[in-house]
Design a protein around this ligand. Structure first.
Ligand code: HEC
Ligand code: HEC
Length: 189
């Protein structure tokens, strides 16, 4: 079920706008479960992923999370603490500081301080931009994410600033990738 979207390189979602389906290979297992639970509970309101998450038991979630977490690219090259990250152009650096992004996502966005926090280095920039804006959207039944942590952070930035942050995140080396495995089917034991 997952590979129809997450298993195709660069596959595009079309709701609520066109962006690439996120890379989940190499993502932390605890974060994958946490994201799936958020769709199931409606804290994340994307209709397709909600429908899918609602069909998954806790055990199913643990199984798919373990599968995807085990398929990283091994390309993460986190920069040293305190160093300006590679490619940080002058306009992004103050935004990173203002949002204290590295204090949770780790230097270079590749090593989160908590396993339930996402790796975002190397994620598709258009998805990152859609995700960041969704944390600002609260009162729409079909769009948006209610998250106490990222809600407060995303609201500090204009959409243009979020776009700059997204481009920067997309340009970083990270562990996450699209797992292309056309013959693998979940549910077959
Ligand atoms: C019809 C296409 C489609 C299918 C099928 C699908 N997904 Fe998704 N998935 C998406 C889209 C689009 C998003 C981004 C939604 C959003 O903006 O919140 C997403 C988001 C996610 C996220 C959150 C990623 C992140 O970085 O926060 C996880 C985890 C995930 N999907 C896992 C799965 C799993 C596991 C399956 C199979 C059980 C699955 N998906 C099936 C399209 C799909
Ligand atoms: C206090 C900790 C904290 C800080 C600071 C923080 N984040 Fe996050 N971030 C999180 C957590 C926790 C999540 C997962 C939220 C969820 O479950 O939806 C997250 C989610 C995200 C996502 C969505 C990832 C995905 O795959 O959908 C992006 C993008 C992101 N953060 C970028 C940033 C940026 C850019 C900054 C700085 C401007 C930042 N974060 C600062 C903790 C933090």
């Amino acid at each position: 079920m997952c590979i129809g979207c997450h298993g195709i390189q660069g596959y595009q979602a079309s709701f609520p706008e066109v962006y690439k389906v996120p890379k989940i290979g190499g993502q932390g297992a605890a974060y994958i479960v946490s994201a799936l639970q958020a769709y199931k509970k409606g804290e994340r309101r994307h209709p397709t992923m909600r429908g899918i998450a609602e069909s998954l038991s806790d055990q199913d979630m643990a199984d798919v999370a373990a599968y995807y977490a085990g398929h990283g690219s091994g390309d993460a090259k986190p920069v040293k603490a305190g160093q300006a990250p590679v490619n940080a152009n002058s306009s992004v650096a103050p935004l990173l500081q203002k949002g204290a992004c590295f204090s949770c996502h780790g230097e270079g966005f590749a090593k989160p301080i908590d396993p339930s926090y996402p790796k975002v280095a190397g994620q598709y920039a258009d998805y990152v931009y859609a995700a960041l804006r969704s944390y600002k959207t609260q009162n729409n039944p079909l769009i948006g994410r209610s998250n106490g942590i990222m809600g407060g952070i995303a609201k500090q930035f204009s959409n243009d600033e979020l776009r700059q942050l997204s481009r920067y995140i997309g340009s970083l080396d990270g562990d996450i990738q699209t797992v292309v495995q056309p013959h693998f089917k979940f549910g077959q034991k």
